[in-house]
Ligand binder design. Structure first.
Ligand code: G3H
Ligand code: 13P
Ligand code: ZN
Length: 284
């Protein structure tokens, strides 16, 4: 199957009241694991390339790997730019074959974020590439900030309504208490805020930093309108964890396939669990 835009998958998710997993594609084994999990669960899936992945694997390799996976999986697959840093990067990714992009202007003043997001939409929409934007600051778990400081970075519902009105963007990433990476304690999402945002913004909501968020909070977020759930860290943990086990068991092993093969299987398992949790299994 050819790559499909994220907006198409999220529109279907909206009708079915489930969410689509967006999994970070960092290397060939992880791309294959995402593909295999989606195929086994008969689920639509989003593969996304972060800044680190683009630097590590290169844009053309990521595009080729995900294209191949989309052809072989037999389920709808989107290739999405994760946290795009500039208009120029968005253009490069679209040119390379991405079916969807995120432009992350969350660090900019509101009007600047609006202007660049609009510019991105101007070039993406006519060619059927969907666009995700971010409002509020999601940040990382390693950022040493107090809860009250973090809350000050949460998405303001009225601002979200204004932003969506002004840009016409396809989906919106919001900050309601998640962070990228491994959590120190248990995250507690601000569901009242999510409900207020949802009441004012009718486009699909995106949850970043979803690794390590307890299952019942993920389910509740989906029931309140989250339609795309981003997972990277949990795949890294499963993948590298299995590599460590293999290396410990066979310290003399020199065939990388003997280490990476089991790691790939561990990634398939965790991705399948997430797909079932998000409710997208059987929706392809
Ligand atoms: O959102 C960011 C990803 O989880 C990690 O990004 O691959 O650039 O380290 P990275
Ligand atoms: P985690 O690594 O916390 O799962 O976050 C992934 C993400 O939000 C990618 O954009
Ligand atoms: Zn993110």
């Amino acid at each position: 199957m050819a790559l499909v835009p994220v907006a198409q998958l999220l529109a279907e998710a909206e009708n079915g009241e489930y969410a689509v997993g967006a999994f970070n594609a960092n290397n060939m084994e992880i791309v294959q694991a995402i593909m295999e999990a989606a195929r086994l669960e008969k689920s639509p899936v989003i593969m996304q390339a972060s800044q680190g992945a683009i630097k590590y694997a290169g844009l053309s390799f990521i595009t080729a790997l995900v294209r191949m996976a989309a052809e072989e999986s037999g389920v709808p697959v989107a290739l999405h730019l994760d946290h795009g840093t500039s208009f120029e990067q968005v253009v490069r990714c679209i040119r390379s074959g991405f079916s969807s992009v995120m432009y992350d202007g969350s660090q900019l003043p509101l009007e600047e974020n609006i202007n660049i997001t609009r510019k991105v939409l101007e070039i993406a929409r006519p060619i059927g590439v969907s666009v995700e934007a971010e409002l509020g600051k999601i940040g990382g778990t390693e950022d040493d900030i107090h809860v009250t400081e973090r809350e000050a970075m949460y998405t303001d519902p009225e601002e979200a309504r204004y932003f969506v009105e002004q840009t016409g963007v396809d989906s919106l990433a919001i900050a309601i208490g998640t962070a990228h990476g491994q959590y120190k304690g248990e995250p507690r999402l601000d569901f009242d805020r999510l409900a207020r945002i949802r009441a004012l913004v009718r486009i699909p909501i995106v949850l970043h930093g979803s690794s390590g968020v307890p299952d019942e909070q993920i389910r509740r977020a989906i029931s309140l309108g989250v339609r795309k759930v981003n997972i990277d860290t949990n795949i890294r943990e499963a993948f590298v964890g299995r590599m460590r086990e293999e290396l410990a068991q066979s310290p003399g092993e020199i065939d990388p396939r003997k280490i990476l093969g089991p790691a790939r299987e561990a990634a398939v398992e965790i991705i399948r669990e997430k797909i079932r949790l998000f409710g997208s299994a059987g929706r392809a």
